[in-house]
Design a protein. Structure first.
Lengths: 183, 769
């Protein structure tokens, strides 16, 4: 009888002590996402002839999907009959100082592809960079024709181990439909 | 089938036909009373159906010899047992359930459930076949119970069209707490540990407090017995689709000395599966792993009994990457293609996206039995639940990516304490009074979806059952109080939001048996639930659903009022059970699509907001069984649910379509105690056409018909008992999609699946005399 009581108490102690525990403080929730956000997309256009001024268009949503709506979503305004070299930047501005994600995408260039689908504008867009086998799209050349208004869909595809130059594969990490005015 | 008799007192009789034969029928395994069992004599018209507490009484009998003809719930097997009746007497009869029998209207392992409700257990047969499947699949055998699936590895039970926080799941008597608000969060309980399964269809608010609107599912391991000797059991399953295998082993023993008894058991399960496939392709990243462990001790000394129980459940689940879509354009593309764009090959590797879940339960139950009529029980439970979800995408930053952190990480710790007093005033009046308290805390890390909170709840209830002649009346009353503090970082500081909820619930039930063939039940009850944490506070992209879900902090409680009625008819060859229900829910909370999509860097997403409306659920569950002869049985199960949003005059989404399941079985007992059983089942599921236009991304899939085959063989090799079963699901390798599977947007269901199961009960050491 005594032995059994000891065994029972022992098991009870082991039971309580060996239990998994939540070490976090409930009253002190996390403030910052440990997960990384891409909050900002910037595309900068530079005239290859050096005549027209640089143009930058930005999309900014500091708290990520959900929460507050995006604070900035520019219209791209470019000059007709000009050839621009475009350069794309990805930033995480929810932290201070802002963190650049562009270099990390460049490091994983073989898994990423940026695609451009113009609509209603006189523009030909070609990617000018390469990961060694396929294009990336962080740098591109925009050849513009006459005055027109429309839009361009810019999207970033994550294509781990399946990249073959096609825009149909993989998961879409970024998709932005910019209004474009060629003036 | 075995019957044992325990004879009590006998008195000298007179030569008149006014003798009474009464008694109580108990289950041989756990000494629990068997309600609605049928007792019939060959001689004369003597017979009875036991009441909800196992008691029966046959009056006006003449002295003489009586042969038991019919002894069971269903499909009476003639048994050559005779009794010699010379005086009125009371017997305790023990029965052992034949694997072929359907257990119906039984009480759970606790003493009372409102007998006017429909309480069912899956077929003994189906339970055995179900081992190795998910719990959702096992419970689906019961008419009125279906499942909400996410792929083939995640399955949660649905009772009468309701699930998640409208069902209480009891894990060895403890209310399971594990973020059950999530549609893709299945109950974290080892199916091999759930030998004792019962489902109460109907509001269970009196005994279980909040969340028991649609019903209660009770899962428990087989009760420990004080039988001496060391016993074990080995169970193994293997399935062709997914090339999965599982192994479960248990060891148990007991010691007795004078008036003290001690029993213990240890048990463990491991399971692994690879990529599953539809008739045309592999569903990428559907591998899984599961490893569970439990120990259990029971100590009894005279009137005192203490039980300790510990279980751990761990699983890693691969989530089909084609369903984990992060962008609406990708989602639309997935909807439009007939096959997933990315198809897999076979592997056991679990890649991202994946889930990792741990659930730990520790239970202490102490009971004091004052006498056969009065018992006091104290139950303490501690649960730890951790849910981690890993996105498809690693962080761009290599050093963060190397940490391999989950995208979502929720930790839920729950303590519960229940005090229960059961009493019985002779056979006519019995009841229960109880107090229950719960303390809970939740914390998160990673990406925000639901906040930290602390929750306290308390409830007190009283339940009473009154019997007279063939009637039973039940009354129940309960008061609940819930208090919650939510800790949220807003406006650059930690806010403390307080929520308070309370409710009083009542239930009234009636059942009456007519002769020894028919039982009629009716029940009126109210139930409730407070809004769940995600309904109040979720804010963000619901990953994989490609939708933004926005909670509403001023949501009120859901209050339900239900009427339920049922008939059970049993005769020598025929059994029928019909249950009809109508439940009104005030403040029914659901996700309503708003019209304005939200723009994010990933494109536009539809936004869903939680809304409260008045809803009603009406339905019918049917079960028929006909024994053509001693070997052939024909069965039919059917369930129909009609759910309606009465405020918005629209159909509710996510309601199971009509389901019919005819089956035929052939069973035979061969020589040397061998038993075989073959069964063919054809689930027929209609399409869900009760939906509003533009309420869903994709139209509901077409209806479908499947064919499933099962063969069970039970025999002895040398002195070793062996149970073997072969199961072929979807014999025709039909390609189909099920409305209640969230992956129906992306891929077909599994194709043909062949399963093999072995059960080996072991007697390692016999009791020495």
């Amino acid at each position: 009888m005594k032995n059994k009581l000891i065994i029972l108490t022992g098991l009870l102690m082991i039971g309580l002590a060996a239990c998994k525990k939540d070490k976090q403080d409930v009253e002190d929730p996390p403030i910052v996402n440990e997960e990384e956000l891409i909050t900002t997309f910037k595309i900068t256009f530079t005239d290859t002839m050096g005549i027209q001024p640089d143009v930058t268009a930005t999309f900014r949503d500091l708290d990520g999907p959900g929460g507050n709506p995006p604070s900035v979503f520019d219209t791209i305004r470019l000059k007709a009959n000009t050839v621009y070299a475009a350069s794309i930047q990805f930033l995480n501005e929810s932290v201070s100082p802002a963190d650049s994600i562009t270099n990390e995408i460049l490091e994983e260039a073989a898994d990423h592809l940026i695609c451009f689908v113009p609509s209603g504008i006189n523009a030909g867009i070609a990617r000018t960079d390469s990961d060694g086998t396929y294009e990336i799209g962080l740098s591109s050349l925009w050849t513009l024709g006459a005055i027109s208004n429309g839009s361009v869909l810019i999207f970033l595809k994550h294509q781990p181990d399946i990249k073959n130059g096609s825009c149909d594969l993989g998961e879409t990490d970024i998709e932005l439909d910019f209004q474009v005015r060629i003036e | 089938m075995v019957i044992g008799l325990v004879i009590s007192l006998s008195v000298f009789s007179q030569e008149k036909c006014d003798l009474n034969y009464s008694g109580i029928v108990l289950d041989k395994h756990d000494n629990q009373p068997v309600p609605y069992a049928k007792i019939q004599f060959r001689e004369g018209r003597g017979g009875a159906i036991t009441d909800s507490a196992g008691y029966f009484r046959i009056s006006s009998l003449c002295p003489g010899t009586y042969t038991f003809v019919c002894f069971h719930h269903v499909g009476c097997k003639p048994e050559r047992l005779k009794i010699e009746l010379q005086a009125s007497r009371f017997d305790t009869l023990y029965i052992e359930f034949h694997y072929q029998e359907l257990e119906e209207a039984t009480i759970t392992h606790t003493v009372f459930a409102m007998p006017s409700l429909s309480v069912v257990r899956p077929d003994e047969l189906d339970k055995r076949f179900g081992l190795g499947k998910t719990l959702g699949e096992i419970l689906k055998q019961i008419p009125g119970v279906s499942s909400l699936n996410t792929g083939s590895s995640i399955s949660k039970p649905v009772i009468h069209g309701m699930h998640s926080n409208r069902i209480v799941t009891l894990n060895n008597e403890i209310k399971q707490e594990g973020q059950q608000w999530g549609n893709e969060h299945a109950p974290e309980i080892d199916p091999f540990l759930s030998a004792d399964i019962s489902v109460i269809k109907g509001a269970g608010a009196i005994r279980h407090g909040s969340d028991a609107i649609a019903g209660v599912i009770s899962l428990a391991p087989e009760k420990l017995s004080f039988e001496r000797g060391i016993r074990g059991k080995l169970q193994s399953t293997a399935f062709s689709n997914g090339r999965s295998g599982s192994l479960s082993a248990l060891l148990e023993s007991a010691y007795t000395k004078n008036s003290s008894f001690f029993a213990w058991r240890v048990q463990g399960t491991v399971k692994q599966g690879g990529t599953v496939h539809t008739p045309s392709y592999y569903i990428k990243n559907t591998a899984l792993k599961e490893y569970n462990f439990s120990w259990n001790t029971l100590y009894r000394y005279k009137k005192l009994q203490t039980e300790l129980f510990y279980s751990q459940f761990n699983t890693d689940l691969g989530i089909f990457s084609g369903a984990h879509v992060g962008n609406l354009t990708d989602l639309q593309k997935a909807f439009e293609s007939t096959e997933p764009i990315e198809q897999g090959t076979f592997t056991y590797t679990i890649n991202r996206p994946k889930q990792h879940i741990e659930h730990e339960l520790f239970k202490v139950k102490t009971g004091f039995t004052f006498n056969a009529r009065n018992k006091l029980n104290l139950v303490y439970g501690r649960q730890y639940n951790q849910r981690q979800e890993y996105d498809n995408h690693l962080s761009y930053n290599d050093s963060i990516a190397a940490l391999n952190l989950p995208s979502f990480n929720f930790t839920l710790t729950t303590h519960s304490l229940d005090l229960r007093y059961e009493h019985r005033f002779h056979q006519k009046l019995m009841g229960e009074i109880g107090i229950s308290t719960i303390l809970q805390k939740n914390s998160w890390s990673g990406r925000f979806f639901i906040p930290n909170f602390r929750k306290q709840s308390a409830g007190v209830y009283w339940l009473e059952v009154l019997k007279w002649k063939n009637n039973e009346l039940e009354l129940g009353l309960r008061a609940d109080y819930v208090n919650m503090h939510v800790y949220l970082y807003e406006q650059e500081a930690v806010q403390d939001y307080r929520h308070e909820f309370q409710k009083v619930n009542a239930a009234l039930g009636f059942s009456k048996s007519f002769g020894h063939h028919l039982v009629f039940r009716a029940n009126l009850s109210s139930a409730w639930r407070p809004p769940s944490i995600n309904e109040l506070y979720s804010n963000g992209l619901h990953h994989g659903a490609a939708a933004i879900e926005v909670g509403k902090r001023d949501l009120k409680i859901e209050e339900s009022f239900g009427a339920q009625s049922g008939i059970t008819y049993k005769s020598l060859r025929f059994t029928a059970q019909a249950d009809v229900y109508h439940t009104l829910i005030g403040g029914y909370i659901y996700l309503k699509p708003t019209l304005v999509p939200e723009l994010t860097i990933k494109g536009a997403f539809p936004v869903f907001e939680f809304e409260q409306v008045n809803a009603r659920f009406t339905g019918l569950d049917l079960f028929f069984s006909f024994s053509i002869n001693d070997h052939f049985d024909l069965n039919l199960k059917a369930a129909i649910v009609r759910a309606f949003n009465s405020s918005g005059k629209s159909f509710l989404v996510g309601i199971p379509p009509d389901r019919f399941e005819p089956s035929v079985s052939y069973g035979k007992e061969l020589k040397k105690g061998r038993k075989i059983l073959f069964s063919l089942t054809a689930p027929l599921v209609r399409t869900q056409d009760r939906i509003d236009p533009n309420s869903d991304y994709v139209a509901p899939p077409k209806g479908y018909a499947l064919m499933n085959f099962q063969a069970l063989c039970s025999f002895q090799v040398k002195k070793q008992q062996l149970d073997l079963s072969l199961e072929v699901s979807n014999i025709g390798n039909t390609a189909y999609r099920d409305y209640m599977n969230r992956f129906r947007y992306f891929s077909d269901e599994m194709g043909r699946n062949i399963g093999l199961k072995i059960v080996l009960p072991l007697k390692i050491k016999n009791h020495e005399k």
